[in-house]
Design a binder for this molecule. Structure first.
Ligand SMILES: C[S@@+](CC[C@H](N)C(=O)[O-])C[C@H]1O[C@@H](n2cnc3c(N)ncnc32)[C@H](O)[C@@H]1O
Length: 304
């Protein structure tokens, strides 16, 4: 078994809102260490099915091991934008519950070779799927100051975006995470309280390299196609850009099937209703698992 260090968040809350039919079909779109999948499996019957998806080959390997142990589970390597195609290809037409627990797993973050951590040295890669696309270093070593600054501002809310972007361009080529940390430390002298000086830059680059917000929006649209009547879509997000992207899409489906810009919005009722608009973990959970501190759960149900 490829062991996992990942501690899943909001498990009890996810189970109570997602598992609506014990004999239903479920999709875990972010298998990771498999914590949520295992919890769902313990709460569904023998005739239920679960499709586990992840874009990270290491997570998929873990999922395949679970598939070998439990015939209710299928595991597929795919990203959010492929969920509808993949599901139909292997015979899942509709689901009763779909879960997204987005962002990084502790296994990805704590493996220095993946390049996500500013606390461990490793190649500046940061891809969730190292078999697809280009490592972060390729982009950092070729992008313009303007392009880098825009990403740091937009995805990291980094107030020193321009200065850091200039320093990166002056210091290139960069190939390792600690080189990038040194560039940031030389440029920004005063860290924010409770945050490592490189936190915002690493977050921004990672979101850009993995096209995370666009993936999330596409994943939600795929889930909308696949969720059956009475079925639920649950999404756990970890920062304000993600919280907002989910809230905006969910509100649009709840208010109306019309795009938010149309004047008719709010008049016709939409195909979904809110089950949970934004639940955060209790103190006991965040004390046990500090990663849960920024988590938020939003859930909708198909009513039409
Ligand atoms: C927070 S972890 C999930 C942890 C999991 N719920 C558990 O209990 O162990 C997020 C996982 O989602 C995967 N992921 C993130 N974005 C993805 C995407 N666009 N497509 C597919 N998988 C994605 C990551 O590779 C990672 O393994």
């Amino acid at each position: 078994m490829v062991a996992t260090k990942h501690v899943p968040v909001l498990v009890r809350e996810v189970l109570s809102m997602l598992v609506v039919r014990p004999d239903g079909n479920y999709l875990d779109a972010t298998f990771g260490g498999g914590g949520h999948t295992r919890a769902i499996l313990e709460n569904i019957g023998e005739s239920a099915k679960l499709l586990a998806i992840d874009r990270d080959p290491d997570a998929v390997e873990r999922g395949k091991q679970l598939t070998a142990e439990d015939s209710r589970v299928e595991t597929v390597h795919a990203s959010f934008d492929q969920i509808a195609d993949v599901s139909r290809r292997i015979g899942f037409e509709q689901f009763d519950g779909i879960l997204f627990d987005v962002g990084l797993s502790s296994d990805q973050l704590e493996d220095g070779d993946r390049g996500f951590s500013f606390q461990k040295n490793g190649p500046l890669d940061m891809r969730m799927d190292p078999t697809d696309g280009k490592p972060a270093s390729d982009w950092l070593n070729t992008a313009s100051v303007q392009a880098i600054a825009t990403v740091l501002r937009k995805f990291g809310d980094e107030r020193n975006a321009r200065a850091i972007a200039n320093a990166i361009v002056r210091a290139r080529p960069l190939s390792e995470t600690q080189e990038l940390v040194e560039v940031i430390s030389r440029t920004c002298k005063t860290p924010e309280t409770n945050k490592h000086i490189a936190t915002r830059t690493f977050q921004a680059i990672r979101i850009h390299v993995n096209d995370e917000l666009s993936q999330l929006r596409k994943g939600l649209r795929n889930a909308f196609e696949l969720i059956g009547h009475g079925g639920r879509i649950a999404v756990i997000t970890f920062h304000s850009l993600e919280h907002r992207a989910v809230r905006r899409q969910f509100s649009q489906w709840v208010d109306s099937s019309m795009p938010a810009r149309m004047p008719i919005r709010g008049v016709s009722k939409g195909p979904m209703k809110f089950v949970e608009r934004g639940l955060t973990p209790k103190r006991q959970e965040t004390e046990r698992n500090p990663r849960a501190r920024s988590a938020m759960l939003q859930v909708i149900e198909r009513v039409q």
